[in-house]
Design a binder for this molecule. Sequence first.
Ligand code: TRP
Length: 339
Amino acid sequence: METNIQAEPKKRILSGIQPSGALTLGNYVGALRNWVQLQKEEQYESYYMIADLHSITVRQEPKDLRKNCMDLLALFLACGLDGEKEPIFFQSHIPAHTQLGWVLDCNTYMGELSRMTQFKDKSRKHADNINAGLFTYPSLMAADILLYQADLVPVGKDQKQHLELTRDLAVRFNNAYSDTFKVPEPYIPKVGAKIMSLQEPTQKMSKSDPNENSYILLLDPIDKIVKKIKRAVTDSEARVCLGEGKEGVENLMSIYSAMTGKTMDEITAEFDGKGYGDFKAAVAEAVVEVLRPIQEKHADLMKNKDYLESIYRKGAEMANYTARKTISKVYRKVGFIQP
Ligand code: TRP
């Protein structure tokens, strides 16, 4: 047994996003912004990953995938993640993800994978390409997490089922081969306004929505962002407050709140007696104020490929160090001869 002479060890956080297209304002508020916050808190150590291996479960144009990967890395940094101190890395740069993925595949039941709602959804959406990778996606995701012995995994609701499976796999492996993996907890942020579609505010804002006026992309040109907000669906009451049938206004209020930190009550008071025109102008201004500096930083970073390269190389080095320790333990425990 190692003795721990340090104080409380830091809790480790791991999360990832797929580089399969542009990020929305919803991704920023629901994920990236919280990651930045968590990284600033001293009690955590964080690993943030660009899940490129996962993204090819859906057909990707290689040239677009390359561009999306670099864009996402630059966005991570532009949003304030620190890749100098803690790893930001590409999943494909760490061989142990696929190595552990295979071992976990052999410990995951077909029945478990068939029950995953994301698999069912994606099979419906990509009926012409229901590949084996799409099916085993969750055990690769479990490998992502278990490799780093993560304590906490910040994820949206749609990933909770995958996290449950990750926990089951960790426990199953630990029981079969002795204690190896930390059993991770999901981390659902305390305050995380859910950003809905600007056109159908009962549905989540999503970049796969065919109507591009329904979402705001982090890299949308500023005038486009303003236009999209001006066109957002409201109601005929012309009052900025919560209420039945006012989902559109409520969503704009949530966006305004997420951008400014004001509460719903404060927002209601601020726009008392004012119309939707004024309100939308204020929402647009608040969004632009947050996104403009991110876009500028992103544009600068994209001009500095050497710097981006130094970040992902450093990230891979740090991530590899941790990942290799876990995979060699796993290989030994399942009975492989040490090379
Ligand atoms: N499946 C996640 C998503 O689509 C992305 C992801 C891959 C991930 N590996 C992960 C998230 C590990 C958290 C931890 O959103």
